[in-house]
Design a protein around this ligand. Structure first.
Ligand code: BJ8
Length: 383
């Protein structure tokens, strides 16, 4: 008899979280809780949490608003930047609409220049992110986090104490640990869930405003997935893929689907949609909360950093731990930093890890789905 499972419905609930979150965001506004819209993993979420604000990732994953953005921005710009700007300009993203403040960082050139125009639609604060993870960079980033605290205090008329920040660090660390415990289930071989389902959970969790509830929710789901896995192995052993590169989500989930429709399974996401944001904890023992936050966030292995050793460090460990057979590096069109890094990632994966590597350049349109399928089928066949 086939196992009756409630997991598909639960995964779908996570997939719907972004849409359901619109109502939650309105509730938050009705309760006069500040909402801070963010674009990047470098944003130190603890600072918002410490003042009792909610944060939300602003929509940048569909091509819906790109034509409007292209009236103002160059066409040959990364789709993520155009989409973000387009949602801001058209007010089509309720999260953007409800945000009291948008915080950006000086990551890649396109993004930081786009923020100059975004200011025309919303209050925007841009944090000056250093380009390297040096001692000087750390000092600058720490001072930028303190500056952010001052901006938040002034804009919202609140006081953020170090005790508030310490408490927020604990909440966020618990959340990260719960997410890690959940996605590490895919270290099992065969996997207990598809990468597409794992991704729904990762994305859905980012739209949960009650951050304290995340560990319990994910803990319960983890138990369910494991319990079903013990009764029945739903998926047979398949080639195991790690996704790295630019953030994905929404339209670019087509890459995960193309991999899994062609006989492999995505076991882990190294990019900002997965481990990059979560793997490292904030040091709770450091009495200097600003330094602890600066250290954690500056260590993020984004291609905006030069050099960028932490991406390689994470890949090295994850390829082994997840028994990865092949790495797919997703590059959004016109993302120069990730595109330039493809050479060093390919060299590392092929030469030092002896694994297969493929980079795919894509955007938010569905026009390359056929081509993606053809390339994935060929790549997976040789694994
Ligand atoms: S920490 S990956 S979320 S910057 S894809 S807009 S880099 S041209 S998104 Fe990112 Fe923060 Fe880094 Fe993560 Fe520019 Fe490239 Fe576009 Fe990008």
């Amino acid at each position: 008899m086939k196992l009756q499972t409630e997991l598909p419905a639960i995964f779908e609930e996570f997939a719907e979280a972004r849409r359901n979150g619109f109502l939650a965001a309105k509730d938050i506004k009705d309760q006069k809780i500040p909402l801070i819209g963010v674009f990047c993993t470098y944003f130190p979420q603890e600072m918002a949490l410490a003042m009792g604000a909610a944060t939300v990732s602003l929509c940048a994953s569909s091509d819906e608003t790109i034509p409007e953005a292209e009236k103002d921005l160059p066409r040959n710009l990364c789709p993520l930047i155009k989409s973000s700007y387009g949602f801001g300009k058209t007010d089509k993203c309720p999260y953007f609409y409800f945000s009291d403040l948008v915080v950006g960082e000086t990551t890649c050139d396109g993004k930081k220049k786009m923020y100059e125009y975004l200011r025309e639609f919303k209050p925007v604060h841009v944090m000056e992110l250093p380009n390297s993870q040096s001692e000087e960079g750390l000092k600058l980033w720490k001072s930028e986090i303190i500056k952010l605290k001052n901006v938040l205090e002034e804009q919202f008329g609140v006081t953020i104490t170090e005790a508030d920040i310490k408490a927020a660090i604990i909440v966020k660390n618990q959340e990260r640990q719960a997410m890690k415990d959940f996605y590490e289930l895919s270290k099992l071989d065969p996997v207990p869930m598809l990468g597409q389902d794992l991704f729904k959970v990762l994305m859905g969790t980012t739209f949960e405003f009650n951050r304290q509830s995340i560990p319990e929710k994910l803990g319960a789901l983890r138990k369910k997935v494991l319990a079903e896995y013990e009764i029945e192995k739903k998926y047979s052993r398949k080639p195991r893929i790690l996704i790295t590169g630019c953030p994905i989500g929404g339209a670019t989930e087509k890459v995960i689907k193309a991999i899994e429709d062609n006989g492999a399974v995505v076991v882990t996401f190294e990019n900002c949609s997965g481990a990059k944001a979560i793997e490292d904890m904030v040091d709770e023992t450091n009495p200097d909360v600003y330094e602890a936050l600066a250290e954690k966030y500056l260590a993020i292995g984004c291609s905006c950093m030069t050099p960028n050793p932490n991406r390689i460090k994470n890949l090295d460990r994850m390829i082994d731990e997840y028994k990865v057979d092949g790495v797919v590096d997703v590059i959004l069109t016109a993302c120069h930093t990730y595109n330039v890094e493809t050479l060093s990632i390919k060299r590392f994966v092929n030469d030092q890890k002896d694994k297969a590597y493929m980079s795919v350049e894509t955007d938010f349109s569905p026009s390359d789905i056929g081509q993606l399928n053809t390339r994935m089928a060929a790549f997976i066949e040789m694994l």
